[in-house]
Design a binder for this molecule. Structure first.
Ligand SMILES: [Zn+2]
Length: 362
């Protein structure tokens, strides 16, 4: 996490963090709420700087300082939170923020989704936004080298699954944004045309290599969003977990990280059909079998319900294992049976809920 980068990115993308104010000149103050009333003009940027100022509560400082005040935490912790929200953080930042977000449980969904389509320009960034890079050619090249690794096989994924997700292999991979980073052999997992995950395939990584074993390139994306077109979708955490479901014939989307759940909600809201003539998708929450996974489930379930998405929590799906991939690697048959039984009971309870007063013979 780089303070200056966080400072610049948060200023440039301030409306991903705070809703615009009613006057369209700034954003709503997270401390005093200034800007939400008809007369309020919110927090505005001090000209040609990254500093903001609220005329009501008097706050003055950059957006990291504002986040620190809002969360009552240190400047450094606030920078980590922002780095993750803006997807420019490293694994350490993500772990920290997952913990923090879940401990506080304060998930705020933007109330005015209309406003976000029509954002006022209150801040002219000193630097122009970087265009997203197209990695399609890179993915094609990497896919040709997949034969030089068996990492996916070790994780229980067949060649067919690997090709379905367009996995690839790069022998001497180095993060394109980090100069002088050491090279390492990586499994390439595309998460969109503009983003991917690079997984170090070496065994017995030392502590410093472990820290960088999973690196993301490009903006964070929900993995395998095409699964949302099916009638029954498992919601999981990791990319390998979603691929594990595909391996046994089911569909799953992966959040990538628990802290992406806001992105996921926004995605399914946009996917929701505008008429009521469609049967809703059945979601099965199957996050990691640990404290973080359970907390995220408690947060996600009521949100999905509030927006009218039928969902249930998976039961005994991973046995004593942490996630889908561990369960698959341990015992494919057992994992497959547990998933099938969860899918069947979800379908049954769905029919019960929606069709109990509906007599087919009529
Ligand atoms: Zn204020």
């Amino acid at each position: 996490m780089d303070f200056q980068q966080v400072r610049e990115e948060s200023a440039r993308r301030v409306f991903e963090l705070y809703p615009p104010d009613r006057q369209g000149r700034g954003f709503i103050c997270p401390i005093c709420g200034n800007g939400s009333g008809n007369t309020g003009d919110g927090v505005t940027f001090v000209r040609d700087s990254y500093r903001v100022h609220c005329f009501k509560c008097g706050f003055s400082g950059d957006l990291i300082a504002l986040k620190a005040r809002e969360n009552n935490c240190t400047y450094k912790d606030a920078a980590r939170v922002l780095a993750v929200l803006l997807n420019i953080g490293d694994d350490y930042d993500k772990k920290f923020v997952d913990k923090k977000l879940l401990a506080e449980g304060n998930f705020k969904l933007r109330a005015d989704s209309q406003a976000s389509n029509n954002l006022p320009q209150v801040f002219s960034p000193p630097k122009t936004a970087e265009p997203e890079l197209d990695y399609m050619q890179f993915f094609n090249d990497a896919e040709k080298n997949l034969q030089f690794t068996d990492y996916h096989l070790k994780r229980g994924l067949s060649w067919e699954t690997a090709h379905h997700f367009k996995l690839g292999f790069i022998k001497n991979w180095r993060h394109p944004k980090i100069q002088n980073a050491p090279e390492s052999p990586r499994l390439i997992i595309p998460t969109s045309r503009h983003s991917y995950l690079a997984r170090d395939v070496r065994q017995n990584l030392n502590e410093s290599a472990k820290k960088y074993s999973k690196q993301k390139v490009g903006a964070a994306r929900i993995f395998n969003t095409r699964a949302l077109n099916s009638d029954l979708v498992f919601i999981v955490e990791g990319e390998f977990d979603a691929m594990s479901f595909y391996e046994i014939g089911f569909n799953a989307v992966a959040l990538g990280s628990i802290s992406n759940y806001k992105k996921f909600i926004e995605l399914v809201l946009n996917k929701k059909p505008s008429t009521n003539n469609f049967l809703p998708t059945i979601f099965i929450l199957a996050l990691d079998n640990d404290k973080g996974g359970r907390s995220a489930t408690r947060i996600l379930k009521p949100i999905l319900e509030n927006f009218g998405f039928y969902n249930i929590i998976a039961r005994d799906i991973y046995g004593n294992f942490k996630d889908a991939n561990d369960a698959l690697v341990d015992n494919r048959e057992k994992f497959s049976a547990a998933v099938r039984s969860n899918a069947e009971s979800a379908r049954e309870s769905f029919v019960e809920k929606y069709f109990t007063n509906f007599n087919i013979s009529d």
